[in-house]
Design a protein around this ligand. Structure first.
Ligand code: E4P
Length: 217
């Protein structure tokens, strides 16, 4: 399973990259705004910097919602760096835009997926990734993992090459469960990745080994 980090924060991206387990980055307009990025040039430079830190797929989301504007904006984003993946919202014009970029050999990530039907349409349009939002479904008392399971079955039935990018990850159990179900990728904030490291028995065991190693010296 691939690990992407879901942030536009450069320090957190560097920290995850330093771990040596990072395969890519996803951003969205909210995450970019949180970092105070505004204006076309600043947006472009920020994506460029992320691409220089991480050698993997970097999702950059279009801000427009009409077909023509998404094509123009997506082409500009794709021109920033070969690793840019154009992130397109799951709307009617978005499906058309996915098909356009697929035909041009530009990678895409279809975002805001909340149903199996949406994922199926995006796969038909040739999306490189679909992003089901696990945590946001859980937030409204709907089983987010069940959606990922459904999409896995559908994609396997027809051998769709579209990868399931589990998004809106809130904690480490989301990551473990996505791995059990067979999501191709998880995109997660840094904290759930770091909490995968933690186990009290590891800490106790290491403390004991360190204490005993002193007796050997
Ligand atoms: C996916 O690409 C989105 O950026 C993200 O996972 C949304 O997560 P949130 O529900 O925590 O905002």
């Amino acid at each position: 399973m691939k690990f992407f980090i879901d942030t536009a924060n450069l320090d957190q991206i560097r920290e995850a990259q330093d771990l040596g387990i990072l395969d890519g980055v996803t951003t969205n307009p909210s995450l970019m705004a949180k970092e105070g990025i505004s204006g076309a040039e600043a947006i472009k430079n920020h994506y460029k910097t992320i691409c220089e830190i991480v050698d993997g797929d970097i999702s950059a989301e279009v801000l427009s919602t009409t077909y023509e504007e998404m094509i123009k904006e997506g082409e500009e984003l794709a021109a920033i760096h070969p690793n840019i993946v154009v992130k397109i919202p799951m709307i009617k014009d978005g499906i058309k835009a996915l098909k356009y970029f697929t035909d041009k050999g530009i990678k895409t990530n279809c975002t805001l997926i909340f149903s199996a039907g949406q994922a199926l349409l995006a796969a038909k349009a040739g999306a490189t990734y679909v992003s089901p939002f696990l945590g946001r479904l859980d937030d409204v008392s709907t089983d987010g993992l069940a959606l990922i399971e459904e999409i896995r079955i559908i994609f396997d039935n027809y051998d769709y090459k579209t990868e399931i990018l589990a998004a809106s990850i809130r904690h480490s159990m989301h990551i473990i469960n996505c791995a059990k179900i067979g999501a191709d990728v998880v995109t997660t904030p840094l904290a759930p990745i770091l909490s995968l490291l933690k186990h009290p028995l590891t800490d106790n065991g290491l403390a004991q080994f360190i204490a005993d190693s002193k007796k050997m010296m």
